[in-house]
Ligand binder design. Structure first.
Ligand code: PGA
Length: 252
C-alpha cells in the first residue's frame, strides 16, 4: 500500500510571530494523526525556525523552490545542499506559480528536480493544466509533456524518491476544486504514463492532488484510488484546517 503525504505550501506568507503561533498549534495536532506523513514547505528565511520547532517531531519540512545549480554566482538563488543544511526533506519544484510568474519551463523544472535529488531531497514535482488547456481538451497532453521532461532527463527510476502533485492551475487559490472524478482521471493517467515504463514503481508512486483542498472536500478527494494525499496552499495557514486535512488522509 502507498504511504500518504500531505504537504503544506505556505507560499509567501508568515512572520516569525505568526509561524510560532501556527507551529504551536500544528505540532500536537499533526502528531496525533497516524498513517500520513505531513510536511511543511515554508519560505527560506523561516527554515531555521521550522527546523527548531519540528526537529524530532515526526513532522517533516521543506522549501518551495530550489536552484538547478549546486553553487556559484547565482544571485538570489538557494541550492539543494543549503536546504539540506536546514534539515529539509522535501522541496516543491515546478509549481505553476513558478512556471507562470517566473518563466520556469519544463527543462528548467527537470533540472531543478535533478538538483534536488542530487542534494538528497525528495522533490514534489507539480504538473497541471490551465483552464484554457482543460477547455481545449489537452490536459493529458500538457501533463504528459511536463512529466516527460523529467522522465527523459532523470529516467523513470528517479521517481522512486519523488512525489508528483497534480495541481490544475484553475483550481489553485480559486476555491474551485477539481471534482474527485476529474482529479482521479488525471492521477490515473499519470500513474499509467509511469507504469508503461515501470509498473512496480508506478504502483508505489505517491501522487498528490492540489488546488483548493479544504477540510470539507479533503476526504472525498483522498478516497479516490490514485490520490495519495494533497498539496495544500491557503488551508495550510490555518492550523485546524491543515490538521483536519491531514486527518482526512490518515488511516484512522
Ligand atoms: P491552494 O494552493 O490550496 O490555495 O489552492 C495549492 C497550491 O498552490 O499548492
Amino acid at each position: 500500500m502507498r504511504s500518504r503525504l500531505v504537504a503544506g505550501n505556505w507560499k509567501m506568507h508568515g512572520s516569525l510571530a505568526a509561524n510560532r503561533h501556527l507551529l504551536e498549534r500544528l505540532k500536537p495536532g499533526l502528531q496525533a494523526i497516524d498513517g500520513v506523513q505531513c510536511t511543511l514547505c515554508v519560505p527560506y528565511p523561516y527554515l531555521a525556525q521550522v527546523e527548531a520547532a519540528l526537529a524530532g517531531s515526526g513532522i517533516a519540512w521543506g522549501a518551495q523552490n530550489v536552484s538547478e545549480w549546486p553553487q556559484g554566482a547565482y544571485t538570489g538563488e538557494v541550492s539543494g545542499a543549503m536546504l539540506r543544511d536546514f534539515g529539509c526533506r522535501h522541496v516543491i519544484v515546478g509549481h505553476s506559480e513558478r512556471r507562470a510568474l517566473y518563466g520556469e519551463g519544463d527543462k528548467q523544472v527537470a533540472a531543478k528536480f535533478q538538483a534536488a535529488q542530487g542534494a538528497g531531497l525528495t522533490p514534489i514535482l507539480c504538473v497541471g493544466e490551465t483552464l484554457q488547456e482543460r477547455e481545449s481538451a489537452v490536459t493529458e497532453i500538457v501533463v504528459g509533456r511536463q512529466l516527460a521532461a523529467v522522465l527523459d532527463s532523470s529516467g523513470v527510476g528517479a521517481l522512486v524518491n519523488a512525489v508528483i502533485a497534480y495541481e490544475p492551475v484553475w483550481a489553485i487559490g480559486t476555491g474551485r476544486t477539481a471534482t474527485p472524478q476529474q482529479a482521479q482521471a488525471v492521477h490515473a493517467f499519470i500513474r499509467g504514463v509511469v507504469g508503461r515504463q515501470d509498473a512496480k514503481l508506478a504502483a508505489g508512486l505517491r501522487i498528490l492532488y492540489g488546488g483548493s483542498v479544504k477540510a470539507a472536500n479533503a476526504r472525498e478527494l483522498f478516497a479516490m484510488p490514485d490520490i495519495d494525499g494533497g498539496l495544500i496552499g491557503g488551508a495550510a495557514l490555518v492550523a485546524e484546517d491543515f490538521i483536519a486535512i491531514c486527518a482526512a488522509a490518515g488511516r484512522n
